[in-house]
Design a protein around this ligand. Structure first.
Ligand code: PHE
Length: 472
């Protein structure tokens, strides 16, 4: 074990283990469920384009920032901020809160997935009648007891893995589940693309219609980049904290968004062409995965089996993400309150389960309760966490790394300000941040670009989109 690691905290067994676990956190319902329906609702290609731009500017930049803070401090989200600058601990707390909120509704959707595995296995949706499938889905999520039962089951699985710790829990499962997921989604995509009329869906998905780009579309894309990459809430800080000091952070920070984006695109190409082939409205919203996909499967040879396999893998994708959400909270309590992992996991998972109940009920019995912008409880919690807390966490992360931590490093390097030009200052700044990211180990050629992004472009861009989107 690495000498820098706090004993008993745990550490990744290998670099590929970390990449798969972090990519497992990133790849989840955000890719399979949210991305296709957000694209559908927000003008298809227009949304995809905006998503890419934000991913390039903000995604890679913040991924590196979070992993860096985590690996450097070897602490949970709150502890990490606090260790570098004590007055910044509250930013980490916002993150832990976001994780708590996200998992509460995430697990409800995870529960729907489990229910759909059962439905697929018992041949319940052996029809390509999209209307019938739609009714079935609505009926299911509107009922009170069953979705809560499945939500509990999902939380139990999440708990079961997190309790095993980093190597024996999170890493072990990610290494099995992630490659399997990838193969399956490619298969489903091929089937979807070979349906009659599929090309209309491909066109919709990849052809940007610039007139569709509005403030709301940009905010949804920004929220989605954060959500999909598990950024802005200390998740990657936490995962990064189990890395050894010799990991190449820039390299890892590249792989994780790449894998995540590949899966989001594959998911879009698996789902949207089928939507068009069946003449189903592309802006159907959250029901896409649960209504359209079963219709696709019913058209395939051995579709029943495909359905079971696909929803099982969607479940794996969801679980490799939910464990990271739970781990953010657990690692805080274990590090700071010195609880055992077992106690922390059980208690926090129970609390999150309880928080999820209103989210589940908001699909049926409590659907009249509207919290934010006319949204039901589940959508409101999602909005607060993904579109408010995550971008806010992202802005603060940029400021923290570039202006608080970075500036201090610059001051450490340079003894005097006398006679210094802007250029020497910028070079020193780059050196300081380079040192931060690599702990002096790896030469990172793109450092100056990263410094510019994290100091200026990313925080300013996020702030503008954030403010515009909130008030639009
Ligand atoms: N990235 C996950 C997904 O796409 C969700 C997630 C968000 C996980 C934030 C961890 C932190 O499904």
């Amino acid at each position: 074990m690495d000498a820098n690691v706090t004993p008993g905290r745990g550490q990744w067994g290998s670099k590929i283990g970390f990449i798969l676990a972090a990519a497992g956190s990133a790849v989840g319902l955000g890719n399979l469920w949210k991305f296709p329906f957000l694209a559908g609702q927000n003008g298809g290609g227009a949304f995809v384009l905006v998503y890419f731009v934000i991913l390039l500017v903000v995604g890679f930049t913040l991924m590196m920032a979070e992993i860096t803070i985590g690996r450097h401090t070897q602490l949970n989200a709150i502890g990490a901020y606090r260790k570098i600058k004590p007055s910044w601990g509250w930013v980490g707390s916002l993150g832990v809160l976001a994780g708590f909120l996200i998992l509460s509704f995430y697990s409800v959707i995870g529960g729907w997935i489990i229910a759909y595995i059962v439905k697929a296995a018992t041949g319940t949706f052996n029809t390509s009648d999209v209307k019938m499938l739609g009714d079935m889905f609505t009926q299911f999520i509107q009922s009170a007891g069953t979705p809560i039962f499945y939500h509990g089951l999902f939380m139990l699985m999440t708990l079961g893995i997190v309790i095993g710790g980093i190597q024996q829990g999170i890493e072990k499962y990610s290494k099995i589940l992630m490659p399997a997921l990838f193969v399956m989604i490619v298969l489903v995509m091929i089937r979807s693309l070979t349906l009659d009329g599929a090309m209309a869906g491909v066109k919709f998905f990849l052809n940007p219609d610039f007139s569709k780009i509005t403030g709301t579309v940009i905010l949804s894309a920004l929220g989605q980049v954060f959500f999909s990459l598990s950024l802005g809430m200390g998740c990657m800080i936490t995962y990064g904290s189990y890395l050894s000091k010799d990991t190449n952070i820039p390299e890892c920070s590249l792989y994780i968004p790449l894998i995540d984006t590949a899966v989001a695109l594959l998911a879009g190409l698996a789902i949207l062409p089928a939507v068009f082939a069946f003449n189903f409205p592309a802006d159907a919203g959250p029901g896409l995965l649960f209504i359209t996909l079963p219709a696709v499967f019913s058209k395939m040879p051995m579709g029943g089996l495909m359905g079971v396999v696909f929803f099982t893998l969607a479940l794996f994708a969801a679980v490799t993400s939910s464990i990271s959400l739970l781990e953010v909270c657990v690692s805080y309590v274990v590090d700071e309150w010195k609880w055992t992992r077992k106690k922390a996991t059980v208690i926090i998972a129970t609390l999150i389960f309880l928080m999820g109940i209103p989210c589940s009920l908001s699909q049926g019995p409590w659907s009249e309760i509207k919290l934010i912008k006319g949204k039901c409880i589940l959508d409101s919690v999602d909005f607060i966490a993904s579109n408010v807390l995550l971008p806010l966490g992202g802005i603060l992360l940029c400021i923290f790394i570039a202006w608080v931590w970075g500036l201090r490093r610059v001051q450490k390097i340079s003894k005097t300000d006398e006679g210094k030009t802007i250029i020497t200052w910028a070079l020193e700044y780059t050196d300081a941040l380079k040192e931060i990211t690599n702990d002096g180990q790896v030469n990172f050629a793109l450092a100056p670009i990263w410094v510019f992004l994290i100091k200026w472009l990313a925080p300013v861009a996020i702030t503008i989109v954030f403010i515009q989107g909130i008030f639009s």
